[in-house]
Design a protein around this ligand. Structure first.
Ligand code: AQP
Length: 333
């Protein structure tokens, strides 16, 4: 069985629909016939300096949303990144293998740091993709299910893996492959349908947040930006807003975009939005109930996470030990 690893940051009280459709649904599907490891990457979230109490709360909330989406801790390993210190340790080794210029070419860093300014941007944000490579390489990961925005970071993980293999010998680490499902690889902001939907967007109005009030969700879908035509047609270049709504509709119902185009031929944008809002509300209602169930029992949730951390660490520790040795660090007796 091949090995899957993926993570999500606890950077918001709620995940957004892009996180769910771009990544989380693939996580749930892949755990059926792969060895899957899923992680709340709290160390990554530190790069934007969150309030400590808020971070702690969001870490549990993020784990609860993984479980509510169907991540099954009996089949997969589910844990919190900082519970397994090998992640931070391997990140140091890898940061000493990453070129400064190479890290500086990461577009996500360029985007986020340009918004925050030089003084507001942490060194942690700069080395974020190196920590991500450590997460992946620590487990001999074959496949990483992510959305399109993570493709470049994954390319860096592959480059680092190949670098270690050419320096220390073939097979030192596994070179990971991205698993990106084209149809849902990038869900767009409802108010700005040429930008990706993002948890920490400047304005929440274009987000579908999984834990938001259902009336707010409905209102946001009904006020989604469209275009001045009337035809309901999938055409991401000419009609990014309508195409995004069709993508979401199709992904949540399992109906093809073509079938939806036919069904809505001659109907108005208002009809599409009203029906989509119902589809989203029908999906979110039981999802939110499950999340609140997990959050009502934090002791059990913490137990699931502790068990996951034990299982993850059992895999991570020997890999790190082997790499420390390859790098020439004298091991303690
Ligand atoms: N809009 C999206 N469409 C499809 N997939 C998406 N992902 C994120 N946004 C979309 C995927 O969800 C996972 C979450 O990764 P993350 O939490 O590490 O952070 P991110 O990629 O930076 O996601 P966000 O929501 O934009 O978070 P913030 O605002 O904190 O930066 C990844 O697999 C990602 O590809």
């Amino acid at each position: 069985r091949s090995r899957i690893f993926s993570g999500m940051q606890p950077t918001s009280d709620s995940l957004q629909l892009g996180n769910y459709l771009g990544a989380l649904t693939q996580w749930v599907a892949l755990q059926e016939d792969h060895d899957a490891i899923y992680c709340v990457v709290d160390l990554h979230a530190l790069t934007v300096n969150p309030d400590p109490a808020v971070l702690r709360e969001r870490t549990r909330r993020t784990a609860a949303q993984f479980l509510a989406a169907g991540v099954d801790p009996a089949r997969s390993i589910l844990f919190v990144q900082s519970h397994v210190p090998e992640h931070a340790e391997l990140a140091w080794l890898l940061s000493c293998q990453t070129g400064f210029g190479e890290a500086g070419r990461m577009t996500q860093f360029k985007d986020k740091s340009s918004k925050q300014g030089t003084e507001g941007t942490t060194v942690g944000l700069f080395t974020y993709p190196v920590l991500m490579a450590a997460d992946i390489l620590l487990y001999g990961t074959d496949l990483v299910p992510v959305g399109e925005d993570q493709r470049q970071h994954l390319e860096l993980s592959r480059d680092l893996a190949q670098r270690l293999n050419s320096r220390f010998g073939k097979g030192t680490v596994v070179v990971p492959e991205p698993h990106i499902v084209k149809a849902t690889a990038k869900i767009y902001d409802l108010q700005d349908p040429t930008s990706k939907m993002s948890k920490s967007a400047e304005s929440p109005n274009g987000l579908i947040e999984l834990l938001d009030d259902l009336k707010v969700v409905t209102k946001r879908i009904k006020s989604a930006v469209t275009d001045t035509e009337r035809e309901i047609r999938f055409d991401p270049l000419a009609k990014p807003g309508i195409s995004n709504l069709l993508t979401i509709y199709s992904a949540l119902t399992g109906r093809s975009v073509e079938a939806l185009e036919q069904e809505y031929a001659g109907k108005g944008y208002g009809d599409l939005k009203k029906d989509l809002a119902e589809v989203v509300v029908d999906f979110l209602t039981p999802f939110q109930e499950r999340v609140h169930g997990y959050l009502a029992d934090p002791a059990s949730l913490d137990e699931v996470l502790a068990d996951g951390a034990d299982r993850a660490q059992a895999l991570a520790a020997p890999t790190l030990e082997r790499l420390y040795d390859r790098f020439g660090l004298l091991r303690r007796r």
